[in-house]
Design a binder for this molecule. Sequence first.
Ligand code: SD4
Length: 323
Amino acid sequence: MQRRKFLQAAGLSATAIVTQPLLAKEHKRALKRNVAIKPLTLCTWNFHRASAKSWEVLSSGGTALDAVEQGVMVEESDLSNQTVGKGGRPDRDGEVTLDACIMDSNGNCGSVVYLQNIAHPIQVARKVMEETPHAMLAGKGAEQFAYEMGFKRENLLTPQSKAEWEAWKITSQYKPIINIENHDTIGMLAIDKNGDIAGACTTSGMAYKMAGRVGDSPIIGAGLFIDNEIGGATATGVGEEVMKTVGSFLIVELMRQGMSPQEACEEAVNRIVKKNPEYANFQVGFIAVNKAGETGAYCIQPGFSYSYYDQNGQENRPASSHL
Ligand code: SD4
């Protein structure tokens, strides 16, 4: 039964569900019966090439975990994408430092933060998940681990990003430009043919950040969260704001309590807006999917969209916004 029909049949509003745990359990059972039987993949922004790669994995019977890893790697390799992987904009000292995390349908996760000289942080994050007893490695330790796993050292600062950084140094003003400077982080969610959900998120973070700064993207619960019983969510935008509300975890928990992915994304953005009077000056966007394959997206500023791909092909879906 569709969620709305279920609510109607039970004569309930979403609020009633949230406040009545027993009924929330009912809802959860209804969602379980409605497990998506069709694979699908979605990611922040209109990254259609990444979506297509992810779909290629899913449609040939691959797992959601492989689909999200290989999907986001397309953006990590793209030198023209200046906020993910090689080619990413550096911090204010000219260092490119990368953050990424991945989460599978069993609740396992791996993350790397402040990783330098390695072009595919998402692969290293997966190795952290699968090859170590830890969930997160940072900085030099993460880089050393990557070399031990066979990754090669690369200079990630491209001539274009270097030239832009040098021009930025003239004024040295830290003022991220909405939907421009911070519009390329890729967070991806996928459901495979078994109905299992996985997610990945990878970024070079905010351009010209302070040395050592880590954003939300590699923080499980903030930039990404998956619960295979319920669904998944991921974020883009100013990471400091996402971290303060543990946005992706919040969305999954709201879906657990009965909200649709759309309602849950809206509530997560509303929490940020309520707490920060400066919200008109920055962007945060979330996307989410539930176990039934329903999706949602919401952001503060207009201009955010997400790429969706299923058996009917790719679609760029604009997100509604608070402003
Ligand atoms: C961060 N959330 O490091 C990332 C930046 C981002 O699109 O999403 N850019 O705060």
